[in-house]
Design a protein around this ligand. Structure first.
Ligand code: ADP
Ligand code: MG
Ligand code: ZN
Length: 492
């Protein structure tokens, strides 16, 4: 008997996530928050975020609200009082010479995040959630032998929420699923677009490996500059193997920050890790402790929307959907809302059918048009109306698909399109019987072939009737009538 080789190492991973909060103004000043990938550089800057001496920060209440919403959605305890702190470092992306962050007493702590993997349900504990400000953007340029750096402070001072998990993840797949669940929560709450490519959401995994059975954590590395979920998963998988490789060769893992080269599929050293001491954190003297009214926190808790995971469970229970269908529908809040509104409007139609039309036909149309469901011209009611016309045999399934495409393009209702283009399905058995008689009379050779045993001709007759009715005949009625008449012919 061949003994299975046991895994010798296990990976241990925790996430550090930075999410820009989509407020109108910055964290500590009145500057607008602009899209830092498209806005002209340094057009949203004031003396506060430019770090002029003597300027005082004022906390953005909306940013605190967004932070508390996220913390509550993650099941965290929100601290009644939290403290802003200065994280000191010198780099031109923050002109003050320090970043206002939270350190010893963060906004919230001790939460959890549930997510789904191919192995089933998993959970990661949330260590802390805190508020801080984003840094400016540096662009390093080398031109005509000269090297210089361009500074854009539009992003400096944009509200940033840092979310840190415990090192509870064990594989690249879990990292991806956990990050996706977190992104979904941020999007459901409307506080962040979840755009990794633009850097609005930045996910930094901390990775170590250890021999299976060992409790103590190994030395970790942190990966930065991951701008897609695919890159995240690939980079983590690579880094796990790289670290195991080193340990197997008797070399230690060096604690460092690494970057990800997506083309070559490798990580590379960026900088050897600084320690907390280097930042000389101290309480921000220009801001009082952030004291939150417990009633306000409770009001925010009560106003949280039902999140993707809860909906995933409910959709299976309430609508009898498969886990797969439920997962597809709850990923985006807009889609889940759309589905529920369509089901409510489509009395007598099974939710499974509504789900199929949304994840099949409607998604295809949305993808083709590059559109979000929120902008869809087919309202949930309009879709429900279409499905009812199909269920009532007013139009058949195929005509229904064409009608939906037209509804999508023009915004017209199914009724208008069916009327205007005379698409109504023909179910009148007497009419269909006359058409079948006509086809049989016009094609004596085919009839002879059929009577000699060429059964496939029946399908050809069927096609002729559908052609005569421009596809509008009720296929089931045509089949029945055709079979009747052919049987009669056979007996003669
Ligand atoms: P820092 O802020 O200095 O990067 P933290 O202690 O706050 O460090 O941890 C950051 C992240 O790294 C957290 O998600 C934590 O779970 C994770 N982490 C810490 N130690 C390890 C380790 N040895 N292996 C894997 N992940 C770790
Ligand atoms: Mg870190
Ligand atoms: Zn400003």
């Amino acid at each position: 008997m061949v003994e299975k080789r046991v895994r010798e190492y296990e990976a241990v991973i925790g996430l550090e996530v930075h999410a820009e909060l989509q407020t109108n103004s910055k964290m500590f000043c009145a500057c607008r928050v602009v899209d830092s990938t498209t806005a002209a550089p340094n057009t949203a800057v004031c003396p506060v975020c430019a770090g002029m001496p003597g300027m005082l920060p004022v906390v953005n209440q909306r940013a605190v609200e967004y932070g508390v919403r996220v913390a509550l959605a993650l099941g965290c305890q929100v601290n009644p009082t939290s403290i802003f702190a200065r994280k000191n470092y010198f780099y031109p992306d923050l002109p003050k010479g320090y970043q206002i962050s939270q350190y010893e007493q963060p906004l919230a702590q001790h939460g959890r995040l549930t997510f789904l993997t191919s192995q089933g349900e998993r959970q990661a504990r949330i260590r802390r959630v805190h508020l801080e400000e984003d840094t400016g953007k540096l662009t390093h340029v080398t031109r005509e032998g000269e090297s210089y750096t361009l500074v854009d402070l539009n992003r400096a001072g944009v509200p940033l929420l840092e979310i840190v998990t415990e090192p509870d993840l064990r594989s690249a797949e879990e990292v991806r699923a956990c990050a996706a669940a977190l992104r979904s929560i941020l999007r459901y709450l409307g506080v962040n677009s979840g755009d990794l490519e633009k850097g609005v959401l930045r996910i930094e995994p901390n990775i170590s490996v250890r021999p299976v059975g060992v409790q103590q954590l190994g030395t970790r590395t942190e990966i930065k500059n991951l701008n897609s979920f695919r890159a995240l998963e690939r980079a983590v998988a690579y880094e796990i193997q790289r670290q195991i490789g080193r340990l197997e060769q008797g070399q230690p893992v060096v604690q460092e920050t690494v970057g990800w080269d997506d083309l070559r599929g490798v990580t590379f050293t960026q900088r050897v890790k600084e320690t907390e001491d280097d930042y000389r954190y101290f309480p921000e003297p220009d801001l009082p402790p952030l004291a939150l009214d417990p009633e306000w926190i409770e009001a925010l808790r009560a106003s949280l929307p039902e999140l993707a995971y809860a909906r995933f469970r409910r959709f299976q229970e309430q609508y009898g959907l498969s886990a797969y269908d439920a997962e597809v529908l709850v990923a985006e809040r807009g889609v889940a809302d759309y589905f529920e509104q369509a089901v409510a409007a489509a009395a007598g139609i099974s939710p499974k059918i509504v789900a199929n039309w949304i994840s099949g036909e409607l998604f295809a149309l949305l993808n083709q048009a590059g559109q979000a469901i929120e902008a869809c011209r087919v309202t949930p009611h309009a879709l429900a109306d279409l499905l009812q016309r199909i269920a009532n045999n007013e139009i058949n399934q195929n005509t229904g698909k064409a009608v939906l495409a037209e509804m999508f393009a023009s915004g017209e209702s199914a009724g208008e399109i069916v009327e205007k283009r005379s698409l109504r399905q023909v179910s009148d058995a007497a009419l269909i019987a006359r058409l079948v008689e006509q086809i049989l009379a016009e094609n004596p050779e085919q009839v002879t072939a059929y009577l000699k045993g060429k059964e496939t001709v029946a399908q050809w007759f069927f096609g002729q009737v559908m052609r005569l009715t421009r596809g509008q005949a009720n296929p089931q009625v045509v089949r029945e009538v055709l079979e009747q008449q052919l049987t009669t012919l056979k007996k003669q």
